[in-house]
Design a protein around this ligand. Structure first.
Ligand SMILES: Cc1cc2nc3c(=O)[nH]c(=O)nc-3n(C[C@H](O)[C@H](O)[C@H](O)COP(=O)(O)O)c2cc1C
Length: 201
């Protein structure tokens, strides 16, 4: 099949695009507003975009508070959540008003970050404390719900010692949750090693 998004129909019951870029890691984005009120929401438009310095992005397709807070304060924290916290992740995606705390709603405990104001999430083994590097506005069909990609520089990285084995982060020890297309999820419980040099001999 072939279609031109926004121009011709895909003729499938659901938009297939997100299933074509899968799995996508889920960034659990913690922000505060200018009054210090916390906000937490999962984003599967999330990824690393640079290594030196380490940089990540999340993209808001009309979700409001994380983007508004990151824009206003220039800070956010991203947690990488284990499969075991799927329930809390989904609770925290509820569209609560800014004065309601998604941490409380999801039954999560906040921990202080070291370099920024947004909180860490107790039980999450990896957190990245970020300063906003750039916000790239993206097309939106609703001016009241602007869409944008927030790119942040990681200025502090927390890694639970329990997921470090032989000096390396072993993601099978916490099985980070990933989003597929539609309502499907995946997690990594098995990995294999490939040394590029072995192919070149
Ligand atoms: C697993 C998962 C992934 C999500 N990924 C995104 C995303 O990439 N972009 C987005 O705009 N909303 C995404 N959402 C929906 C937001 O989490 C939800 O709209 C949330 O209320 C936004 O909160 P905020 O307005 O406080 O930022 C996702 C929801 C779930 C459960």
């Amino acid at each position: 099949m072939f279609y031109e998004p926004g121009k011709t129909a895909h003729n499938l019951p659901h938009d297939p695009f997100k299933a074509c870029v899968a799995p996508r890691p889920i960034g659990w984005v913690s922000t505060v507003d200018l009054d210090g009120r916390p906000n937490l929401a999962p984003y599967s438009f999330f990824n690393a975009v640079h290594g030196k310095p380490p940089m990540v992005m999340f993209s808001s397709g009309g979700s409001v508070d994380s983007l508004k807070n990151a824009r206003a304060t220039g800070e956010f924290v991203v947690g990488v959540a284990p499969k075991a916290m799927l329930k809390e992740i989904n609770f925290s995606s509820a569209p609560l008003p800014p004065d309601e705390d998604e941490f409380d709603y999801a039954g999560l405990e906040k921990l202080p970050a070291k370099c920024v104001k947004p909180h860490l999430i107790k039980g999450v083994p990896i957190h990245m404390e970020c300063k906003v590097f750039q916000i790239v506005d993206l097309p939106s069909d609703n001016p009241e719900r602007p869409c944008a990609m927030v790119i942040g520089t990681v200025i502090g990285l927390h890694i639970d010692d329990a997921i470090i084995r032989d000096g390396m982060v072993d993601i099978t020890l916490f099985e980070p949750l990933a989003r597929l297309g539609y309502q499907e999820y995946a997690s990594v419980s098995e990995t294999f090693t490939v040394r590029r040099e072995d192919f070149w001999k």
